[in-house]
Design a protein around this ligand. Structure first.
Ligand code: SF4
Length: 292
């Protein structure tokens, strides 16, 4: 029905929702740990093709209420294009209650407050944003292209526009050497901003990116599951977000699945982590069952 360009990625929370590729690939595409769009050249799609797909999807799923705009960072599109697209979605799906995109800090910083407000008013309600780490040394090593200060500024722009924010953090990203700084500075970003959802993933490097990732470190020792869960525990200890944050650690990469609301459930989550650490491997999701 829809001629998707593969590989096609979407956040786990969008599994049952309409997916429309507004762009192909990622406009940054330089993060050293990420292999998602390495086989794709970033491009805006022909708007007529997108409208044609919306038309087809609306006929098949007239009651759909949530749409995710792919690929890697549809917020990279010019505001006018996105606004027209949002308008078309509203016309096509009468029950539409949520439109979401992946967004980078660069995308948010490039847009004015008025542009973000206008996108919100036209229906853009949620962005998925990869913090990965709040540590500036690591941000440089992974080639994220922004500093922690810029990330905070970008996240503020989104929350000021009343756009909900779902962030990801990658446990193990600093290996053994940078573990403490990674967690400490990541907690600073989360506590300093007004995010709504937090997911923690575990670092996994596919063959195609390993060499480039390691090149930026003098030495890098991958953390094992026990070290990762200790990072998770340290992070939860340090988190004191301004508003209610829905926390999930249920990605395919995670050794232990956790979920709760911060800070209401922090104590329980730390308790679950401590129990798993005492039991050891038997309490973890088997490695053959996991992916990245
Ligand atoms: S911005 Fe996101 S999709 Fe793009 S390269 Fe970095 S991690 Fe991958």
């Amino acid at each position: 029905m829809i001629d998707y360009s593969f590989p096609l990625y979407r956040p786990p929370a969008e599994a049952d929702n309409i997916i429309i590729q507004a762009t192909y690939g990622c406009s940054h595409n330089r993060c050293t740990f990420c292999s998602m769009y390495k086989t794709k050249k970033y491009q805006m799609r022909d708007i007529k093709d997108i409208y044609r797909e919306i038309d087809i999807l609306a006929k098949h799923y007239p009651d759909a209420n949530k749409v995710f705009l792919g690929d890697g960072n549809a917020l990279s599109l010019p505001t006018k294009v996105l606004t027209d697209l949002l308008h078309c979605l509203r016309q096509s799906f009468p029950k539409l209650s949520r439109v979401s995109v992946y967004a980078t800090a660069q995308n948010l910083l490039e847009k004015t407050e008025q542009e973000l407000n206008s996108l919100r008013d036209n229906g853009l309600s949620l962005i998925y944003f990869g913090i990965e780490t709040g540590n500036d040394v690591l941000l440089k090593k992974i080639n994220k292209g922004v500093t922690s200060k810029q990330m905070i500024e970008a996240l503020y722009k989104a929350s000021n526009a009343n756009i909900k924010i779902s962030v990801t953090v990658i446990l193990g990203l600093g290996g053994e050497v940078y573990s403490n700084e990674h967690i400490r500075d990541t907690a600073i970003i989360i506590n300093a901003t007004r995010i709504n959802y937090l997911s923690t993933l575990q670092l996994g490097l596919e063959e195609g990116v390993k060499e480039r990732f390691y090149q930026h470190f003098d030495e890098f020792t991958m953390s094992d599951d026990v070290q990762i869960l200790k990072e998770q525990k340290q992070l939860l200890h340090l988190l004191n977000p301004v508003n209610k944050v829905i926390f999930r650690s249920n990605h395919a990469s995670n050794a232990l699945h956790l979920s709760g609301t911060l800070t209401k459930d922090t104590e329980r989550l730390i308790g679950e982590l401590e129990t798993a650490l005492i039991i050891g491997e038997r309490a973890f999701v088997p490695s053959w069952f996991r992916g990245f």
